[in-house]
Design a protein around this ligand. Sequence first.
Ligand SMILES: [Zn+2]
Length: 276
Amino acid sequence: MQQNFYGEVLYYTFPEFEQYKDLIHGFSSREGGVSRGFFSTMNMGVHTGDDRENILENYSIFCDTLGVDVNQVVLAPLSHGDTIRNVTKDDAGSGLCKPFMFEETDGLLTDVPGLVLTATFADCVPVFFYDPVKKVAGIAHSGWRGTVKEIAGKMVERMQADYGCDTKNIHVGIGPSIGMCCFEVSEDVFYDFTELTYLEDGWYFDKDNGHYDIDLWRVIWATLTDRGILPENIAISGICTCCNSSLLFSHRATKGRRGTMAGMISIKEPAKKESL
Ligand SMILES: [Zn+2]
């Protein structure tokens, strides 16, 4: 992933997605916002206990950075599940400028230009989706539970079923999140992953003490390729939030005293024709 700077704001983008001029996307960092203390500074988490004014200001700054309308933000009410919503114009503002209009959703999809699909993260894996042929964009929040529930694979299935997308056209970006270097789990969590029968070698390291290091990026990659996504269409940031907790919020590195980053994706509205 590429680092970008806009004033004080540091954010990340996938070069693989930037080639599409009708797509806007980005992943925020801790840099460039107005929050204080362990929320400093770009806290995008509406349920973190931070001042609402600061959060709204951070959203305003980050939306200006990306060039999207903060009133069009649709925030996913996360629950570590596998519920996916097809977002329409009626959802604009849900969770940020208006109360949440729907519940418990970890995946958002849309083909409506202008809407800003947004989910928040602090170690969980942001997964961005775009089909430049059908012009369908999506974002999923895939923590370890969502990864075991194959939310990334279910996003692909929904893009096929609901929007007529062809898997060979779908591009996927796996963003900054906890890496295998830092994601140690107990045996029961490890065994949940072994239910994903298509996993091959290399997705875990057995520490021989009842604990395992798990590579969520590789597991999600395997889920995506199992559903027919072409390996060359999957970009992995390789950035570990826990190793970079001065720049990125990490739940594990801070034992929960932290804000959250936002991943946003939006299809650009066509330029308005001048009326005579
Ligand atoms: Zn790490």
